[in-house]
Design a protein. Structure first.
Length: 465
């Protein structure tokens, strides 16, 4: 397998090179030149594997043998040794037709840990093997930053800078990033929103001279390895649920803002996982819901919500899905993305839109419905959902079908978003690791929303000043 760009001007690169490139040098997103097919016989063999064993089987389909088997096994085991649950991503039953996939048992209590703990290990491995500097640069709407920092803090040969929108992440998310005192970590608190941060990251990666001279590496889901790692838990959840039921096909409800997590589910389906519907759960920033329902991809007014990790208008991974739904036509993708850049809108119709609607459902969960869902499930079962997971469950309830079964993704621990939990009149107990954050000093640099200010801070950081 080799990797290519959705825009057609990067091709025939290997796994490690794709990992290090992050964003395609032509501005597109990297994808495998062929999606690997997993047969029903292979699915049956995989059903009894541990999470770590399943990771190795799926990763082997993408890594081309570039990492020796024993080295890859060591990286995977080190990545998931930090998780608090032996199954890594356990599944629990909420009601007869609804299961919850818990993705928050990693060190920062969010689903991003599942991919970013591995990516941190892999960056460390590449830095040592190739004796090179790696400067990780990313933007976060809250969870990516903490997970990425946790994966590489204090690591030799690596520096990491994370941009987050000032005042627009939860307090716990902010503390998880800014209480890290390692000198290889820089947090920039940017005046603006996540889309502003994300746009600057893409601009810097698109400047190939800046990217090369500053040894930039991507941690956001523009990096295909993020998607690859997240694909695993769709398979794992399917195996756990079908062991207990007669159902052979399931739907997944996925809270998403950047289209990365749900694209991983789409990739799993394309690989051969028996998935019925992928239900896309958003909040008031519902550009993706409108795309599924109407075929119109057009950012609206940015809204601050109870689920801040999904407060995103421009979804990084949307281009990957567009590439597949439009028949892997790189020339058309180049045209559409240039049109989007100039006109701020993409519209699809006809057979392409029908295909989108056959594969996806979508529901924009407004604030009160989010809070009501938290209260409803806490009262009924004693299970406390964080506001992002509640959006997923609310969307699953909307698409509930007779005889069907849905797995909804629980993407974060509720302690990360106590602001919303308090509005529900619920008092929760914080895990010890989160309570301790409030006693630690913070270290962050506030910058205005200009690219020039960010570049100035980056150059000082990379040059050791």
């Amino acid at each position: 397998m080799e990797f290519i760009s959705t825009r057609g001007n990067v091709s025939n690169i290997g796994f490690i090179d794709a990992f290090m490139m992050g964003l395609g040098d032509d501005g597109g997103l990297l994808v495998p030149n062929e999606i690997p097919a997993v047969s029903p016989e292979t699915l049956q063999k995989w059903q009894e594997l541990s999470y770590q064993e399943l990771v190795l089987e799926i990763f082997a389909l993408f890594t081309n043998g570039e990492i020796p088997e024993q080295d890859l096994k060591a990286l995977v085991n080190a990545s998931y040794a930090t998780f608090r649950h032996p199954e890594v991503t356990p599944v629990r039953k909420l009601k007869d037709d609804l299961y919850l996939l818990e993705l928050f048992h990693g060190p920062t209590f969010a689903f991003k840990d599942i991919a970013l703990q591995f990516m941190g290990q892999l960056y460390t491995y590449v830095a040592a093997k190739q004796n090179k500097k790696i400067h990780i640069l990313g933007a976060t709407s809250g969870d990516t930053g903490a997970s990425a920092i946790e994966g590489v803090k204090g690591k030799k040969g690596i520096k990491i800078c994370i941009l987050h929108p000032h005042g627009k992440v939860s307090k716990v998310q902010e503390l998880q990033m800014t209480t890290v005192q390692d000198d290889n970590v820089l947090n920039l608190s940017v005046d603006g929103n996540f889309d502003d941060c994300q746009r600057m990251i893409k601009d810097l990666f698109a400047d190939l001279d800046f990217k090369a001279s500053n040894h930039l590496a991507a941690i956001n889901s523009i990096n295909f390895v993020r998607i690859m790692a997240q694909t695993v838990y769709y398979f794992y959840a399917y195996f756990q649920v079908t062991k207990e039921t007669e159902v052979k096909q399931v739907s997944f409800s996925v809270p998403t803002g950047n289209f990365g997590d749900i694209f991983a589910g789409y990739l799993a389906k394309r690989m051969g996982l028996p998935v019925d519907k992928l239900i896309l759960a958003t909040n008031e920033n519902n550009i993706l819901e409108r795309f599924v329902l109407e075929g119109v991809y057009k950012p609206g007014d940015f809204r601050t919500t109870y689920s801040p990790s999904m407060d995103i208008q421009v979804a990084s991974n949307f281009e990957r899905y567009l590439y597949y739904v439009l028949g892997e036509d790189a020339a058309q993708i180049r045209f559409l993305m240039e049109t989007f850049k100039s006109e701020g809108e993409i519209v699809i119709t006809g057979e392409a839109l029908a295909k989108v609607q056959a594969e996806f459902g979508a529901h924009g969960v407004l604030g009160q419905e989010c809070l009501d869902t938290i209260k409803k499930y806490e009262a009924a079962s004693g299970y406390l959902l964080d506001p992002h997971s509640a959006c997923g469950v609310a969307a699953a309830d909307k698409y509930e079908t007779e005889g069907g079964l849905t797995i909804s993704l629980a993407t974060a621990h509720p302690a990360k978003f106590n602001e919303a939990i308090e509005l529900c009149g619920i008092e929760q107990q914080f895990p010890e690791q989160i309570s301790a954050l409030f006693e630690k000093p913070q270290r962050q640099t506030r910058v205005d929303g200009s690219l020039e200010s960010v570049v100035r801070e980056l150059k000082a950081f990379y040059n050791g000043n």
